[in-house]
Design a protein around this ligand. Structure first.
Ligand SMILES: CC(C)(COP(=O)(O)OP(=O)(O)OC[C@H]1O[C@@H](n2cnc3c(N)ncnc32)[C@H](O)[C@@H]1OP(=O)(O)O)[C@@H](O)C(=O)NCCC(=O)NCCS
Length: 230
């Protein structure tokens, strides 16, 4: 890991679900950050502990909790792409520092660029000249090959292989274990089904599945369903 990417200071995690637990593990594995706790809108976990850390309030409590707990950085751990991207913009506009969570086992090329609020899970490989946008999730063990761009708020699920010179536009969900061949463009808010092999461009808002991947619908109604599985 490049030392400049180490997250330090007092960090707050937004979202205490499955992805929140993964982000906590990433931060603790790095060993350089103090995690103060979580915020989550689920009423049933308020004032309780998740993996030993307290749930300190809901997302609406963010400014107060940042001040009270002297938080120096926030990581968004929410699977839904639209929610995560919206929060990322709001938090940055409010001047609250959004930080990246990068697992120490991840391998990032020296000239890969990362935006803010990016989560890079265990075993991820990001190759030369890649550009990773704000609020992107690169989930466990995915590979992003050279000169590929991953747009703001996209989620590349565990075990996905994205070849070189691919363009993933904003808000894209690439399901677990999918493969994207070189030079393909995945349009805004498109969805690639688990295990699919994408050989050609995917239009914005389309859902494609299978080997080779074919379109099953041209709307985005299922993104919430996909994110529920996170
Ligand atoms: C692509 C996906 C989002 C579609 O979900 P959905 O909108 O509920 O779609 P449906 O289950 O109604 O499936 C529609 C059709 O596509 C097929 N299909 C769905 N996902 C498929 C996949 N991954 N590969 C091949 N075919 C698939 C279904 O069998 C169905 O075919 P049919 O119409 O012939 O019966 C979902 O199946 C998927 O792959 N999600 C990935 C979840 C994931 O990776 N989570 C990891 C989180 S870290």
């Amino acid at each position: 890991m490049r030392s400049a990417d180490a997250t330090t200071g007092r960090v707050l995690i937004l979202g205490a679900g499955g992805h929140g637990r993964v982000v906590l593990d990433i931060l603790l594995s790095g060993g350089t950050a103090t995690v103060v706790g979580f915020l989550d809108n689920n009423p049933s976990i308020q004032n309780r502990r998740v993996d030993g850390l307290p749930v300190l309030g809901t997302i609406a409590d963010l400014p107060a909790v940042v001040a009270e707990h002297e938080v120096t950085g926030v990581v968004i751990a929410i699977g839904d792409n639209g929610t995560r991207r919206g929060l990322s913009r709001q938090i940055q506009q409010a001047g609250i520092p959004l930080v990246n969570a990068i697992h120490p086992s991840a391998s990032l090329a020296f000239n890969a660029s990362l935006g803010r609020g990016v989560v890079v899970a265990a075993g991820v490989v990001v190759c030369a000249n890649c550009q990773i946008g704000d609020a992107v999730i690169l989930n466990t063990g995915c590979i992003v090959d050279h000169q590929t761009m991953i747009g703001e708020g996209s989620h590349i699920c565990p075990g996905v292989r994205v070849a070189g010179r691919v363009k993933v536009e904003s808000g894209v969900f690439v399901g677990i274990g999918a493969t994207i061949v070189p030079h393909v463009t995945l349009g805004c808010e498109s969805i690639v089904g688990a295990g699919s092999v994408v050989l050609e461009d995917v239009p914005e808002l389309a859902t494609v599945v299978g080997v080779p991947a074919k379109s099953v619908r041209l709307c985005n109604a299922s993104e919430d369903d996909a994110a529920m599985l996170v």
